[in-house]
Design a protein around this ligand. Structure first.
Ligand code: NAD
Ligand code: LMR
Length: 338
C-alpha cells in the first residue's frame, strides 16, 4: 500500500494557488523558496504564479529554473506571466511585491503616482478572477495606499482580505526591544505598530508584555521617544543607506510571517500589526488602510478593540493617520480609486 507523503486530512491536500508579483526582484528571490517549503501552507502542494513586467519575464524564467533545481516536493507547478488575469486566476494567496523601490533621499509619497498605476488594474483583475477567499498582502510601496487603491478597484472582495505589510516594522520593533531588554524575541508579545509603513508610523509599546508581564516600567521613556520610535520608523532608510539597497530578505521573511499567521493563526492572547482597511476603530477614517493591532477571527484580521489610548498615543496615531489621509486624497485626485 502506498503511504501518503504527508499525514494530513484529505481536505487539506488541495493545491494552493499562490501569486507573486515582482517575482524576479530582490524580495521575490528570498520569498519564493519559503513559499514552497511547507512553512506557510503546510502539506498542501503549491502552484506558483510568477508575475513580472515584460522586461522581467526572462529573469523570472531563470528564477523558475532555480526553483525547479531545488526539487521541492510541495512545488506542483510554475506559471510565468505578465498578465494579472492569468496570474491571479483562482489565486488563494497573493503577494503584491512588484513596484519600484525607493532610492536614497526619496520618501514613499514620491512613489505614489509611479506605483499607484499598477494597483488599480491589479485590483480589477483580482476582483474578476481570484478565488473569493483570496488573502492579499501588498508589500510594494507605498504599501498602505497601494492596498487602498487595490481595495477600491476590487469591490467584490471583502476589504478585510486586502492587507498591507507592517509586519516588518513590527518585527523590527521586536528586534530592538529584545536587544534592549536582553530577552529572546519569543518573550515579547502585544507589540503594536499604528498607521503608515513610513517614517510617520507609531511603534507603540504601551501594551507590550515581557514573559506575560507589562514591560512599560522596564523601558526608559526618553529611550522610547528619542531612540526606539525613530529607529524603528526610519529603519527602512537606514538599511538603504547602509546596505545600498532597500531591505529584501527581512521584508520577505516578514511577508512569510504575515501570510503564515493568516493561514495558521497566532498564539492565544497575542496580536500582531497588520495594515488593513479601517472600520472606523480608534478614530481612523473608514477605508484608510492603516496598521492596527490585529487578531484572527474566523480567518480574518480583526482589530483588537478596547485598548486605552492616552494623549501621547493619540497624537502619534493622529499624525500617521493624517499622512495616510493625505496620500488617499492624492490618489483620489489622480483618479486611481476607480
Ligand atoms: P526590485 O526592484 O528588486 O524588484 C521589483 C520587481 O517588481 C522588479 O523585478 C520589477 O520588474 C517588478 N515589477 C514592477 N512592476 C511590476 C508589475 N506591475 N507587475 C509585476 N512585476 C512588477 O524591488 P524589491 O527590493 O523586490 O522591492 C519591491 C517593493 O517592495 C518596493 O516597492 C519596495 O519599496 C517594497 N518594500 C516594502 C517593504 C514593506 O515593509 N512593506 C519592505 C521592503 C521593500
Ligand atoms: C523598508 O521599510 O525597508 C522598505 O519599505 C523600503 C523603504 O523604502 O523603506
Amino acid at each position: 500500500m502506498t503511504q501518503p507523503a504527508v499525514d494530513t486530512p484529505a481536505g487539506e491536500q488541495q493545491p494552493v494557488n499562490v501569486a507573486v508579483t515582482g517575482a524576479a526582484g530582490q524580495i521575490g528571490y528570498s520569498l519564493l523558496w519559503r513559499l514552497v517549503n511547507g512553512e506557510v501552507f503546510g502539506a498542501r502542494r503549491v502552484n506558483l504564479r510568477l508575475l513580472e513586467v515584460g522586461s522581467g519575464l526572462k529573469a523570472a524564467k531563470g528564477v523558475a529554473m532555480e526553483l525547479m533545481d531545488s526539487a521541492f516536493p510541495l512545488l506542483s507547478d510554475i506559471t510565468i506571466t505578465d498578465d494579472p488575469m492569468v496570474g491571479f486566476k483562482d489565486a488563494h494567496s497573493v503577494f503584491l511585491v512588484g513596484a519600484k523601490p525607493r532610492q536614497a533621499g526619496q520618501e514613499r509619497a514620491d512613489l505614489l503616482a509611479a506605483n499607484g498605476g499598477i494597483f488599480g488594474p491589479q485590483g480589477k483583475a483580482l476582483n474578476e478572477v481570484a478565488s473569493r477567499d483570496v488573502r492579499v498582502l501588498v508589500v510594494g510601496n507605498p504599501a498602505n495606499t497601494n492596498a487602498a487603491i487595490l481595495a477600491a478597484n476590487a469591490p467584490d472582495i471583502d476589504p478585510r482580505q486586502i492587507t498591507a505589510m507592517t509586519r516588518l516594522d513590527h518585527n523590527r520593533a521586536l528586534g530592538q526591544l529584545a536587544q534592549k531588554l536582553d530577552v529572546p524575541v519569543t518573550s515579547l508579545s502585544r507589540m503594536t505598530v499604528w498607521g503608515n509603513h513610513s517614517a510617520s508610523q507609531f511603534p507603540d509599546v504601551s501594551e507590550l508584555l515581557v514573559d506575560g508581564k507589562p514591560a512599560a516600567d522596564q523601558l526608559d521613556k526618553n529611550w522610547l521617544t528619542d531612540e526606539f520610535i525613530p529607529r524603528v520608523a526610519k529603519r527602512g532608510a537606514e538599511i538603504i543607506e547602509v546596505r545600498g539597497h532597500s531591505s529584501a530578505a527581512s521584508a520577505a521573511s516578514c511577508a512569510i510571517d504575515h501570510m503564515r499567521d493568516w493561514f495558521n493563526g497566532i498564539p492565544e492572547g497575542d496580536w500582531v500589526s497588520v495594515a488593513r482597511p479601517s472600520d472606523g476603530s480608534y478614530g481612523v477614517p473608514e477605508g484608510i488602510v492603516s496598521s492596527f493591532p490585529c487578531r484572527l477571527v474566523d480567518g480574518q484580521w480583526e482589530i483588537v478593540q478596547g485598548l486605552a489610548i492616552d494623549e501621547f498615543q493619540r497624537e502619534r496615531i493622529d499624525a500617521t493617520v493624517a499622512e495616510l489621509v493625505e496620500e488617499f486624497d492624492t490618489v483620489k485626485e489622480l483618479g486611481l480609486l476607480s
